[in-house]
Design a protein around this ligand. Structure first.
Ligand SMILES: Cc1ncc(COP(=O)(O)O)c(C=O)c1O
Length: 385
């Protein structure tokens, strides 16, 4: 066979597929309500764009050191210290072309063929595929609405075998919007330490937490730092998805090895984006404003859907996604999403892509008017079934 089996077996990203289809319908002039978006609907803030433009004008258009600009690594380290209580230095941070690549690099650094990667389910689409690219085996640890779609120490213990190496945590979670408090994380951490697992902690939605919730980084828990790679980025927090900028941070012995992969794959993240990211980290207003807007939208969507009979929305604790149970319609996730799009022009993501058939993911990264229109169309659709 010509193609490497690890690549041939990969599934295309369902979320990117539906996003592309939605964009195509919009470009054709169709009045689609887009509940499929995986990115903030806001433009990148002006002060960040200006920093990017200034970098281009100053000729800052060449390779940077492969692990990232020293000033940016330092700025990320001080953010992780002051906001996340993780004590580290710039040398513990590697800047990457997006958090997605940071995740891949983190997994590739830790995994050897045959290792098992524990992934709480529902999960973000790319985790199992990335594990497979590393020739490791994804092991799904099921969670459901009864436990708020959260892993517990007990559940984690049940998924551990002699081959378990890495646990991927993502909170607040895409797709469920669930998050963990410190006590819940400490319980998971005890099991992690007892079994000498490594944690890749994807905290990319950390600033989008509602109802006064506070984010606790896994690496900040007692004794967790040496076994944790923290992944984060600028896409969601600063509406910078197209700038492709993320990072990973962790102990010297892991990060030193990881940087070799960057040396031989991407060389470095985009120089202009790195300058823009330094400006982004200097901000203290934008994140709060965005969070308030998303919190109001979450309430609006939830209040619109909750009274409907055949759909049960799970009230997100964070992110801009609302995970919703559609099993009472007797349709599977895919048929529900296809029909909702073709009959009512509302796009959403079928949650079989996240390992949970019978559910859909609705994104409230859109305006109040669109949310209201979408709720009306979903109402019509459900009553037509
Ligand atoms: C859970 C999660 N992790 C990582 C990413 C990747 O973000 P980036 O744009 O920085 O690659 C996404 C993007 O959708 C995500 O939802």
């Amino acid at each position: 066979m010509v193609i490497n089996p690890s690549v041939a077996e990969l599934k295309k990203s369902a979320t990117l597929k539906i996003t592309a289809l939605t964009k195509k319908l919009v470009a054709e002039g169709k009045d689609v309500v887009n509940f499929a978006a995986g990115e903030p609907d806001f433009d990148t803030p002006d002060f960040i764009k200006e920093a990017g433009k200034a970098a281009i004008d100053a000729g800052f258009t060449k390779y940077t050191p492969s692990a990232g600009l020293p000033d940016l690594r330092k700025a990320i380290a001080s953010k992780l210290q002051s906001e996340n209580n993780i004590s580290l230095e710039g040398k513990n941070v590697i800047v990457t072309a997006g958090a997605k690549y940071a995740l891949y690099v983190a997994l590739f650094t830790l995994l050897k063929p045959g290792d098992e990667v524990i992934i709480p389910s529902p999960y973000w689409v790319s985790y199992p595929q990335m594990a497979k690219l590393c020739q490791a085996k994804p092991v799904f640890c099921e969670t459901d609405e009864k436990d708020g779609f959260k892993l517990s120490g007990k559940k984690l213990q049940e998924c551990i075998t002699s081959k378990s190496k890495v646990l991927i945590l993502n909170y607040p979670s895409n797709p469920t919007g669930a998050t963990y408090d410190r006590k819940e994380l400490e319980e998971i951490c005890r099991v992690v330490k007892d079994n000498n697992l490594y944690v890749v902690s994807d905290e990319i939605y950390e600033t989008l937490l509602y109802d006064g919730r506070q984010h606790t980084s896994f690496a900040a828990l007692g004794g967790a730092f040496n076994n944790t790679i923290t992944v984060n980025g600028f896409s969601k927090t600063f509406s910078m998805t197209g700038w492709r900028l993320g990072y990973l941070a962790g102990p010297d012995e892991i990060i030193g090895e990881t940087s070799k992969i960057i040396d031989h794959t991407t060389s470095c993240a985009c120089a202009v984006s790195q300058k823009a990211a330094i400006a982004a980290l200097g901000d203290n207003k934008w994140q709060g404003q965005v969070k308030d807007i998303f919190a109001a939208r979450r309430d609006r969507l939830w209040k619109g859907l909750d009274p409907l009979e055949k759909i049960t929305p799970f009230k997100s604790q964070g992110t801009f996604y609302m995970f919703s149970d559609i099993r009472k319609t007797n349709l599977n996730s895919f048929d529900f999403s296809q029909r909702l799009l073709s009959e009512k022009l509302v796009s959403c993501i079928p949650a079989d892509a996240f390992g949970k058939d019978g559910f859909i993911r609705l994104s409230f990264s859109t305006s109040d008017e669109q949310i209201d229109k979408g709720i009306e169309r979903i109402k019509d659709f459900l009553s037509s079934l």
